[in-house]
Write a protein that binds this ligand. Structure first.
Ligand SMILES: [Zn+2]
Length: 267
């Protein structure tokens, strides 16, 4: 277990303490100190959608609320299938791969549907077209406008576009696609038009490399994606699927909450 996983454990304990404070003092004017650290990261990452925190709930711009921590203890596998908002902070996104840790693959479907759209049509209606690497690729793809994901991806694209030597790694095979994650009933982040797959000819996916393996099996890791490309995506709030035990090295997904939270934890 690496240092960040240990740090996550202590933050979990800290979160429990903060929950006690919140339940004793449940006011909308909760000070920053009484807001769990991961809720602070969400507020910082998605200020257009999430505008407050009170009574153990996130407050959205439309005035609606969502429970942050439902208090249910779930196994890792259960969290991949269903989780509350707080569960998304259980594994800290970091630049190394830890056995059976997939930080970012724990996704609270309720939160993503609330922010980005709950049907294919709703998501489609909130997308804008970006031109992916205008000079070296020049193809157009839809990306969600909510939380300025489209603008952030265009910034990634503009920076990558200065590197024709990376063209093979930058071929885009898709962004928005209303589908489940292969081999599961879970909604893919591609449903919300917040993810992009690139460089399929240079990439590795755990299911392709470990035929017949299930999520509970020990698997072999492979990667050919360039770290320089990963760094540029992270700079604009996108996490990389290559840091998952169940790796997906073509996959990048807009999750600034996890990057902000990691930086908070690191101090
Ligand atoms: Zn993907």
């Amino acid at each position: 277990m690496n240092r960040l996983c240990i740090a996550a454990f202590f933050l979990l304990l800290l979160g429990c303490c903060q929950e006690t404070v919140n339940s004793a003092d449940c006011t909308q004017s909760a000070t920053r100190d009484t807001i769990p650290l991961y809720a602070q990261a969400l507020l910082e990452a998605y200020p257009d959608c999430i505008v407050g925190f009170a009574n153990d709930s996130l407050i959205f711009a439309d005035g609606s609320r969502m429970v942050f921590d439902d208090g249910v203890e779930r196994s890792w596998l259960e969290m991949y299938d269903y989780c509350d908002v707080e569960d998304m902070s259980r594994l800290i996104y970091c630049d190394s791969v830890t056995d059976f840790c997939d930080p970012g693959r724990i996704r609270c479907e309720m939160l993503f549907k609330k922010m980005y759209g709950s049907t294919s049509q709703e998501v489609s209606n909130s997308t804008a077209t970006i031109v992916w690497c205008p000079n070296i690729i020049g193809k157009k793809f839809p990306m969600n406008k909510v939380n300025h994901v489209d603008e952030q991806l265009q910034k990634v694209s503009n920076e990558l576009d200065r590197h024709p030597e990376w063209t093979d790694y930058l071929q885009c095979s898709g962004t928005f696609n209303w589908r489940v994650v292969a081999g599961t009933n879970r909604m893919s982040p591609h449903c919300y038009a917040i993810a992009i797959d690139i460089g399929i000819s240079k990439s590795n996916y755990w299911r392709w490399d470990n035929s017949n393996a299930s999520e509970t099996d020990t698997i072999r890791y492979h990667n050919s994606m360039l770290k320089e490309i990963v760094d540029i995506f992270e700079k604009y709030g996108f996490i990389w699927g290559g840091f998952w035990y169940h790796y997906d090295t073509m996959h990048f997904e807009y999750r600034p909450d996890l990057i902000i939270y990691r930086n908070m934890v690191r101090g």
